[in-house]
Structure formats: structure tokens, C-alpha cells
Ligand binder design. Structure first.
Ligand code: SF4
Ligand code: SF4
Length: 117
């Protein structure tokens, strides 16, 4: 249970990019003070407080991958890796739904031709 909570926290911070790291530093300071005050030891308290604060509305510095159609082979590796279902293929062209994309960079990392950066 503690491991699952830690993974959820790590994933949320990772998805939030640079802002997530800065947020986590501040959060740890505040949470240290809080946990000392209330002597609370349940790991789930970390998750319940942290995750809502890392909601998408806080991710103002998302980096949406740039797409170069000329390099794309329509292999669909990017579509398959995107956990947010933010990528689709239309008329042999990749479309990234900006409202769904959280800027994790997974698609660019698996693109074999660097069509996504
Ligand atoms: S950056 Fe992440 S969320 Fe955005 S389209 Fe690529 S894989 Fe999906
Ligand atoms: S992974 Fe790269 S080459 Fe493959 S479909 Fe996506 S953008 Fe195109």
C-alpha cells in the first residue's frame, strides 16, 4: 500500500516536470511542519494531500511535442505509448490533442525517426 502511494506521488511529480520538482521541495517543507504538529504517520496522508495539488491546472509549463510530418512513417509507436490517449492518426498525420497531453515526452522518446521532439 505504501509502495503504491509512493509510485502515485512519483508519477504525479514526474508528469509535472520542473514545476513538480519545485513543488515537491516546498511540499516536503510544509508537510514536515504539518506532520510534526499532528504526529501523523500514515503514508496515505502524503498521497491525499499531494495529488490534488499536482492536478493539471498546476502544469503551466507543459511542453507539447513538436511534430514534423516529413519524418513520420506512421508507425504508431507514439500512439501506443501515450497513456493519456492524446495522439491520433488522421490522413497519415499525427494529431496531438493539446488539452489531453500532459507533456510527459514519452511519445518523442519512442519515435524512431525523431518526427516528434
Ligand atoms: S507528451 Fe506524453 S501525454 Fe503528450 S502526447 Fe506525448 S506521450 Fe502523450
Ligand atoms: S512514433 Fe514517430 S514516426 Fe511513428 S507515428 Fe509517431 S510521430 Fe510518426
Amino acid at each position: 500500500m505504501a509502495g503504491a502511494s509512493a509510485v502515485q506521488i512519483y508519477s504525479a511529480v514526474h508528469m509535472a516536470g520542473n514545476q513538480g520538482a519545485a513543488f515537491l521541495n516546498n511540499f516536503i517543507k510544509d508537510f514536515d511542519a504539518w506532520i510534526n504538529k499532528y504526529e501523523y504517520t500514515n503514508i496515505n496522508s502524503f498521497k491525499d494531500i499531494l495529488l490534488p495539488k499536482l492536478s493539471r491546472t498546476h502544469q503551466t509549463n507543459r511542453i507539447i511535442p513538436k511534430y514534423n510530418k516529413n519524418l513520420c512513417t506512421n508507425c504508431k509507436a507514439c500512439i501506443n505509448i501515450c497513456l493519456e490517449n492524446a495522439i491520433s492518426l488522421s490522413k497519415n498525420k499525427i494529431i496531438i490533442n493539446k488539452s489531453k497531453c500532459i507533456g510527459c515526452g514519452a511519445c518523442a522518446s519512442v519515435c524512431p525517426t525523431k518526427a516528434l521532439k
